[in-house]
Structure formats: structure tokens, C-alpha cells
Design a protein around this ligand. Structure first.
Ligand code: PMP
Length: 386
């Protein structure tokens, strides 16, 4: 029997999204596909709340989305400020350095929020070409205070690049209103599509900075110069070719973005908040300690939890034996000491109760007797019935 997939991506996707993938493969020059791609681009702009931005949809994973931002906005010697909340902020720094940037980190304490005063002080010292923030770091489940960080970058005339891979369509983000220059994401998490698409919305200011480059982008595939005419053409209802678009995945993306907009962004964010609250109530009742040091910095798209005393990474397998797939740790400092539960995209009250119940049974099967059976489920239920 199939396990309930509760890892922090890829996540379970809707049947209509799967049906879009199962239909005959569209040609990239088909009139239907041209309309679908154009609509998906417009919908991506709506999801980022960025009516003025240029959307890009490219075949690749979230790491390519990071590189599509960095490769175009950095030239050798540029300075970049990385607001670092974990593993994926380190990855951003790694990509920046490969493209010749000089990176300064403002490191948040493990599980904590970055210090706004320290970010402000670094921005003042500058000058930086760009600042990067991981909206939700999937290794720590820390939700960064993106609005204030992006606004600080704007005050200092620094381009703000936000990695939304574990947040987009699950956590509020107002790209235009906050002044973010790039919101980058991928298909396989709260966007609700299988893995394989790198997605970006880019501000006119970032496009202008790219146009002013003195040296060409170092490699061909991530170069906006190749992709921009393709995106503009499809949005204008015409086909264009640089490299074969993943036609089936783009059709699935269009279906999922349509569903997200039909649910309503605010309603969707509220559902994610509510499910996360129910999970947090369960963790607390079960005596499980979260990696994020307070509710204020805890993501709504996943939970990261220390194994209770006497338990180790074998818990992940024990939960799987109860029918629910969860994930182990990822942060290099603590990898073997915690586990992660994804709660995004289609997540429902039924998923919350099934997952908490499976973890309770797995803890008991592992000899952990600290919490009575049903304690976590009851706490989650109290939030869900509110
Ligand atoms: N950024 C964040 C916040 C992520 O969670 C991930 C993937 N888990 C990535 C970037 C990289 O994405 P991918 O694995 O799709 O390359």
C-alpha cells in the first residue's frame, strides 16, 4: 500500500495535476500548448504578487532556479550578502562564489531568526550588489522575516533575491509591495507539481541590472538572454525556441497554479497556517522539541523536530512502517539528531491526524513511553475543530 507522503518535497499532488501529466505529450508548437504556457507565465506572476515582474519557467530543479538568479546578477568581484538560516543559504553562497562573488554571511543562530540590526549594519558598510534570503530554510524549518529584510535591502539600493523553494504558495510573499527583485522557486513543494521546473519572477530593476552587465553570463543554459525572448513570445501567444520546454510539466504547472488561484492565496496561506498550528500543538503535547527556537520563526510548510531522548534516526523507518513517509535531518551540524515533516500543498486535517497518529505509534513501538497514546492527536484535533 502507498505511504502518505509527508516529506518536505516532493509532495503529493492533486489528481487533476497528475491527469495533465498523463495526457498525450503536447508539442511545443501546438496552439493549445502555446496558450497553456502563456497562461502559466501570467499565473506565476499572480502567485508572486508581482504584476510588474518577468516570469521564467525553465526545465530544472530549485538549484537551477538559484543559479538562474545568481548567474545573471553577479559579475566577478561583486559583493553579496547572504542572510544565512541553514543549508540552503550555504548552497546560495556556494553558487555565488562559483560565479565570482565575494560573499559576506550574516548567520542566524541555529533555529533562530537573523539579527535585523546586524543585517542593517552590514548593508550600511556595503556596498553590496545583492542580498539573498531563504524564505523557509528546509534544513531548519526557520521562516525568515523576509518582508523586513527585503525592505532593508531596498533602502540601501541592494538587489534582494529570495529563495522561495520551500515557501512559495504556502507562505505569504508580496514581491512588488515589498520590493523583492527575484523570487525563485521550484515545482515540487507548495506549488503542487512533480519535481522538474525552476520558476522565477524577476523585477524590472533586476532585469536592468542584468542589461548593464560588463561581462557576459559565464554559461549558456542559465543566461536570461536565451530565455527572455522565449518567455516573452509564449506570453504574447507565439512559439519560440531556445531549448525544448518540458511541455507536460508546464501543462501540469498551469493546472496547479489555476487551482492555487481558485483556492485564493490568502485562503491557502491560512490553511497552511492552521495545519501548521495543529502540528505544533501536537508536537508540544507529545513533548517533541522543535528546531526553530520560537513559534514566530517556525515555518508553516514543514516542521523540524529533535528526536526525543532515547530515540534516533530509526524513528523515520518506524513511522514509515506505520504508513507515513517523513524525512531525516539535513543540517550538517545536527543531521542525525532531528527529523522533518512536510505540510504543504494539499495538506488536510486528515493528513495532520494520520501523521501525528503514525508518529505516536512509532514512538511507542520504539519503547518511548513519555506520552500516552492519543495525546498528540487530541491536541491537533483541538486546533482543527476550533
Ligand atoms: N532552496 C530550498 C529552500 C530548498 O528547500 C531546496 C530543495 N529542498 C532547494 C533550494 C534546492 O532545490 P532542488 O533540490 O529542487 O534543486
Amino acid at each position: 500500500m502507498r505511504d502518505l507522503l509527508m516529506i518536505p518535497g516532493p509532495v503529493d499532488v492533486d489528481a487533476d495535476v497528475l491527469a495533465a501529466l498523463a495526457a498525450p505529450v503536447p508539442g511545443h508548437l501546438d496552439a493549445d500548448f502555446i496558450a497553456t504556457f502563456g497562461r502559466a507565465l501570467k499565473r506565476l506572476r499572480e502567485i508572486s504578487l508581482a504584476p510588474g515582474a518577468q516570469p521564467f519557467v525553465v526545465s530544472g530543479s530549485g538549484t537551477l532556479a538559484m543559479e538562474l538568479a545568481v548567474a545573471n546578477l553577479t559579475e566577478p568581484g561583486d559583493r553579496a550578502l547572504v542572510v544565512n538560516t541553514g543549508y540552503f543559504s550555504d548552497r546560495m553562497a556556494f553558487i555565488l562564489e562559483r560565479h565570482g562573488a565575494k560573499v559576506t554571511h550574516v548567520r542566524a543562530p541555529l533555529g533562530g531568526a537573523p539579527d535585523a540590526a546586524q543585517v542593517e549594519a552590514e548593508l550600511r558598510k556595503g556596498p553590496f550588489k545583492l542580498m539573498t534570503v531563504t524564505h523557509v530554510d528546509t534544513s531548519t524549518a526557520v521562516l525568515a522575516p523576509v518582508e523586513s529584510l527585503v525592505k532593508a535591502a531596498r533602502r540601501h539600493g541592494v538587489l534582494a533575491v529570495v529563495d522561495g523553494v520551500c515557501a512559495t504558495a504556502g507562505e505569504p510573499f508580496h514581491q512588488d509591495a515589498w520590493g523583492a527583485d527575484v523570487y525563485l522557486t521550484a515545482s515540487q513543494k507548495a506549488v503542487g507539481v512533480p519535481p522538474g521546473l525552476a520558476l522565477l519572477t524577476v523585477s524590472p530593476r533586476a532585469l536592468e541590472a542584468w542589461r548593464q552587465r560588463k561581462v557576459p553570463v559565464a554559461s549558456v543554459y542559465p543566461d536570461w538572454a536565451e530565455w527572455l525572448p522565449v518567455m516573452e513570445a509564449y506570453e504574447a501567444g507565439k512559439p519560440a525556441y531556445f531549448a525544448t520546454p518540458p511541455t507536460s510539466l508546464i501543462r501540469a504547472l498551469d493546472v496547479s497554479l489555476g487551482q492555487i488561484l481558485a483556492e485564493g492565496l490568502e485562503a491557502r496561506f491560512e490553511r497552511h497556517r492552521r495545519m501548521a498550528r495543529a502540528f505544533r500543538a501536537a508536537w508540544s503535547a507529545m513533548g517533541l522539541r522543535m528546531l526553530p527556537t520560537s513559534e514566530a520563526v517556525a515555518a508553516n510548510t514543514l516542521s523540524a523536530l529533535y528526536y526525543p531522548d532515547g530515540m534516533d534516526a530509526s524513528l523515520v523507518g518506524r513511522v514509515k512502517a506505520q504508513g507515513v513517509a517523513i524525512a531525516g535531518g539535513l543540517h550538517p551540524e545536527l543531521k542525525t539528531r532531528y527529523f522533518r515533516v512536510g505540510h504543504m500543498n494539499r495538506v488536510t486535517a486528515a493528513d495532520v491526524l494520520a501523521t501525528v497518529g503514525a508518529i505516536e505509534r512509532a514512538l511507542q513501538a520504539g519503547g518511548h513511553r513519555a506520552t500516552a497514546s492519543g495525546t498528540g492527536v487530541a491536541a491537533a484535533q483541538a486546533v482543527l475543530s476550533d
